[in-house]
Design a protein around this ligand. Sequence first.
Ligand code: XMP
Length: 508
Amino acid sequence: MYQTVIILDFGGQYKELIARRVRELGVYSEIWPCDTPLEKIRAANPIGVIFTGGPDNVYAPDAPACDRGVFELGVPVLGICYGMQFMCHSLGGQVSPCDKSEYGVVDTRLTGESRFFGDLDKAQRVLMSHTDYVSAAPEGFIVTAQTSLCPAAAMECPQRNLYAVQFHPEVENTVNGKPMLRRFLYEICGATGDYNMNDYLEREMEAVRAQVGDKRVLLGLSGGVDSSVCAALLSRAIPGRLTCIYIDHGFMRKNETEEVRAAFAGRALDLRIIDASEQFLKALEGVTDPEEKRKRIGREFVRAFEKAARDCGNPSFLAQGTIYPDVVESGSKNKSAVIKSHHNVGGLPKDMSFEGVVEPLRGLFKDEVRALGRMLGLPKTLVERQPFPGPGLAIRVIGEVTCERLHILREADAIVREEIRRSRVKADQYFCVLTNVRSVGVMGDFRTYDYTLAIRAVRTNDFMTCEYARLPHTLLSRMSTRITNEVQGVNRVVYDITGKPPATIEWE
Ligand code: XMP
């Protein structure tokens, strides 16, 4: 196994960012709940442990905590934000509420010899976000950085290999965050940098071969990044023994099915493209409620998939493109309200029986999956594809889904995607929504009574929140002109200028 850094999760929003930074630096990392038993941590033999931040106060009755034995493992520990306060409190120091909370990028002064900072400049710009601070460091610790509001912005006890920072070295706003983490990993934890995608690929292919022996594997291929990379990996690991089922529910974007077919042509897999569009359209007849649409599509999908699986002789193993954030999420205790019932190709029939599940991307973050996809020779269109909801265009046609309305949306959407891509403006996801509003217009000398189409383009890092993208007016008017000229049935185009919250990214 790789040298591993364990990230103990105290509830901070940047936990995945920390794990990704560590991996980018060539060291494998995993996120574990902070109350993971000490024995499990010891057994993993980590080269270092990092505590994340978190929203709590260390003195609160249910404040998240880890086994204090972590400090005695003899492994370097880095506490970040709440992690620093937890370390301080656990080891006999004092944490107090700030007179004035400190949020944003601030100047920090390094105050002397520090194993953590090494020979970095004394003046550093760092991102702070805290309402409590270390008012008295534990015995044996020295304070190594200060800001005007925070007398202990960093502290360390090199004899015990314990280090802590009040700021966030994992975010880009902390200008030298990466060198700091690099130093922690390589100088303090003794990392050798043994983690890279080439190696990951070799190891996973070996693991898949060992798991499935000479049996056959079934994969639901959606054309999304994860299932596509999974298919490419498996076709290389077990050539000729992978069957991929691509259910065309008829709600795909323009040319999408053909692009998938082309991307996998010539690979050692059996790709079955099932045209189930009639079945799906029929299931949505007369349905206008968004949740009902999602549920019916999910149900139809299971049916179509089961049939296709039977038709290819029910392979023994089911492959899924599960990735690491899904694994971390399902292990987290936080339960949130259902806003939308997501339909994913991953959410397959519960009562189909398989000998086992193959998930070769389970250890990877999205950017690592993309890197792997590039290594496996998948085209850019697939590897860099924006998220596309499982129910497809059906949840972008507001109101009843019909062939005609899907056609209008598909054509308009192709124009919007082409124009935005070509303009190179920054937007992380962009598409069209066909509303159920019709309004009066004039074309030539005639009155029209056609649909209003909405363009949506957003900036986001994690798709949990977003801002609308500030598209230039020249681009907006070009799209509007093209759509009203080229797509019959639309006489009005609007731009959605809402963030999430309060809106969601998709309209349904
Ligand atoms: P919302 O609309 O919830 O979308 O703000 C957040 C992100 O998730 C995508 N999305 C889905 N992805 N199955 C998926 O795989 C779904 O049912 C689904 N619904 C929304 C959406 O495109 C955005 O990127």
